[in-house]
Write a protein that binds this ligand. Sequence first.
Ligand code: M6R
Length: 366
Amino acid sequence: EKGEYPHYMLKEIYEQPHAVQDTLDGRISPQNDEVIFKELEKYREYLSGVNKVFIVACGTSWHAGLVAEYLLERYARLSVEVDYAAEFRYRYPVLDNKTLVLTISQSGETADTIAAIGEAQSLGAKVLSIVNVPSSTIARNSNMVIYTYAGREIGVASTKAFTTQLVVLSLLTVYLGLLRRNLPADQAAVMLQDLKRVPNEISKIFTEVDNIKRIARAFHKHSNALYLGRGVGFPIALEGALKLKEISYIHAEGYSAAEMKHGPIALIDENMPTVVLAFKGRRYEKILGNIMEVKARKGKLIAVASASNDDITRVADEVIRIPDATESISAILAVVPLQILAYYIAVEKGCSVDQPRNLAKSVTVE
Ligand code: M6R
């Protein structure tokens, strides 16, 4: 039931602290020295011998996979490739019994992802799936399953499923990093402590809702938008753009901010607003440089920035704040304001938020 909320999507956005908490519960040891995934117990040996991870998913779940690529590479030192399930199933992927195929799906019923699992297993790889719906086809067909506990997601635009996927992928990164001895114990402990704080940090973002509503009113008449990010911010930019397209029918594209000068910057003028993920991290200075280029072309800038990034106000026209956090955690936090922004723009335009035109909640046909 929607209860006090006008749409399921808004309800599901607000459920994120709870959904993330449920997904974390029981999975981090009290001393923060271990990730508890009983569901992987039988496969520990396989997982310690894996030399490649192939992540396969569609839509928003594919964006979660792109974030995981950065995390697994950086902290577990695993070689990672990410593809759309529909592409993967028809290419000639190089897989063997040292490859882990990782699929990600909210519904567990996406036809292309189901087919990709069959393809991967026939080539000798084991499949680990991150799934939200219990006993779904993907859960049944996979060798290993880790559930996200987002609860039922009804809005067609995925919100809480995505943030809980990112949390499971972060836990999996620490799990594999420790298992493979590529992640020092003290660093793992800090990462796990940080993850425990995510539900509370997401709650703090809701204080920005009035600010975001005002921005939505100011920008809803545009027919195009760009979303830019770097590193883990890049897939978050893709996800922000997808949210806007899906529910408000505004054409939006996500790019790595560094790619702007290779073409897309030609689009920038006063009618092309740009949403930029400018949270703290290794690439913050670079991002500032990239957005100065947008500014110089008179593009309007909306920045999602960390609380203590004071210098951002000098370049951005609008700033939406997220709590200070590490780069990986910031990626999880930063998607929340983008969901809220897409939501209020769609509401402003009078769109059918929970059931956008031409879309179904799960794509069970090829
Ligand atoms: O159920 P799945 O996670 O496998 O679904 C994948 C996509 O169809 C899904 O994420 C879609 O892109 C959403 N509508 C995004 O909001």
